[in-house]
Write a protein that binds this ligand. Sequence first.
Ligand code: ARG
Length: 554
Amino acid sequence: MKEQIKKIIYNYFNGEISEDLIKIEYPKDKSMGEYAIPCFQFSKVLHKSPNDIAEELLSNTQLDGNCINGYLNIKLDRLEYTKNIIKEICDKKSEFGKNNIGNGKKVVIEYSSPNIAKPFGVGHLRSTVIGEALKHLSVKCGYDVTTINYLGDYGTQFGKLIYAYKRWGKEENMKDSVVNELKRVYVLFHEEAEKDPSLDDEGRAWFKKLEDNDPEALEYFEWFRRESIKEFEKTYDLLKINKFDSYEGEAYYKDKMDPVINELAAKNLLSISEGATIVDFGDDKPALIKRSDGATLYITRDLAALFDRKRRYNFDEILYVVGNEQALHFEHIKKIVEMMGYDFAPQVKHINFGMVLQDGKKMSTRHGKSVVLQEVLNEAIDKVKEHITNKDDLEIDVDEVSRIIGVGAVIFNDLKNYRTNDIEFNLNDILKYEGNTGPYVQYTYARIQSLLKNKIDYDISYNDLEINDYIWNIIWLLYRYEENIINAKENNDPSIIAKYALDLANLFNKLYASEKIVDDDVNYSQFKLLICEITAIVIKDSLSLLNIETINKM
Ligand code: ARG
C-alpha cells in the first residue's frame, strides 16, 4: 500500500521529485487518516508551499484525505479495505504476513547453548526463548534457517568431573537426575581438593586424557553429554521447542583450532604477553588465544566455529543469542575477523539480552544458587492448574491447558520488552489474565473462539455497512501485520510482535466492550463475527511467532 502511494505521488510529479524524498508516516492523531506524507521537502524542489502541493495532490490524484500544516493526510476507503483484508486473511490463514525479504538468504541462529553437567538456568531460558522467536520470524520472512545449540561441553572441569564421578558417583542416582548427580560429585571434588590438593592433579590428568582421546575418558564424557542433552530436552519439550539442527558444542572444535591460530600467526596478528598468546587491539583488553601452558580458550573455539560455519553454511547472517555480559567477547570476535581481512564481520551479530531479576535483584535461589528453569516452569504450570475452575468443561486435559498457559506466560513476559533490558520475574504478575500478559492475549483468543460459535453460513451484504472506529482500528492494525514482522526481523526484536499481539487483543476487547457482537441485526452480527475470526487468526499467528500456543477454551 505504501509503495502504491509512493508511486502515485512519484508519477504525478513526473520524476521531478526523487523517490527517496517521498516519506510515508503515520499521523499522530488517528482521526486524521491512515498515512501522513510530509510535503516540506517537495517545496524546495517545486518552489511551492507544502500546503499547495498537498492540495494539488488531493485534487489531481485518486488519493483521498486532507491537508494540514504541510502534511498530506491520506484517508483510506474503510469498506474497501475491510473487504480486502477479510478476503486476504481468510484465504491465507497462517500464511498471512509471510513475506520474502529473506528469500535466497541463509541465516544461522545459535541459541540456548547451556553448559553440560550443569542445570539449565533462567539465563539460558532467555537465550532459548529469544532464539526460538527469531527462528520463527526468519522462517516467516523467507530465510533459510539453521539452528545451532552450541553446548558448553569443554573445559578442565570435565577432567575433574570424570575423576569425581569415578570416585564418588552412583549409577542409580544418575537415573534420577544426571545433572544433580554430577553436581553433587563436582561439589564433593572441590571440598576434598581443599584438603588434598593432589586431587587437582588427578583432575588435570583426566582432562589431558580427554584431550588425547583416551577411550575411557571419552566414554565418560560422551555419557555425561548424552544424558545432559536428554535432561535439557525435557525443558525443550515443555517449551515445545523442536530439535536443533546441530548440537555441535565447544568440544566439537577441540581439535579444529589450529588452522585459525596458524592463520592469525601468518597474518602477524598474534603477540606474546607474559607467556600467553594474544591478539592485541591496542587497548588494555586483548583477546586471549592461548594460555601460557598452551591451553586454548573460549574465544579460540568460537573463532574456529565461526569460520567452520561460514564455510559450511555460507550464511548471510549469523545470530549469537547470548547475554549482555559477553558483549566484549563478541566485539573481539568481529574485530579479529576484520583484522584477518575478511569482509563478513557485519554479518556476525551478537543478539544480546539483559538479566532476569526478582525484586530488582539477579534471580537466584535462597542459597544464592542459580535458579533451575524446569522448576520455574513447573511452578508456573502448577499455579495455573490451581486456578482452573471449569476443569470438566475444557476441550483438552487440565495438564495440557495449564502447560500452555503457564509456559506461555513465562515466554511472553520474557519477550514483551526490548531484549537488552533486564526483565523482572514475578510469577503472580505474569500469570494474571489482565494487563500486559501472555494469558491475557490467550484469553482474548479463547473468548473469540467462544463467540465464533454464533457464526452461521451467511452471505454478508457489504452495501451500507458502517465501519466504525473500533472495527477500523482492528482492520488497520491487521494491515500492518506484515510490516511489523519485517520490522521485528530486521531489528531481531521479537518484542515488536509481542506488543503487536497485545495491541490487537486490546483493540478487540475495546470493540467487545463497546457493543454486542451478536444482536438482532444478522448481517451486521455476522460481519462482526468475521472480524472476530480474522482477528483470532492473526492473534494465534503472532503468538506462534513467539512460540506461544493458544487454546480454544480456558
Ligand atoms: N555456553 C555459554 C554460556 O553458558 C554460551 C555460549 C554462547 N555462544 C558462543 N558462541 N560463545 O555462557
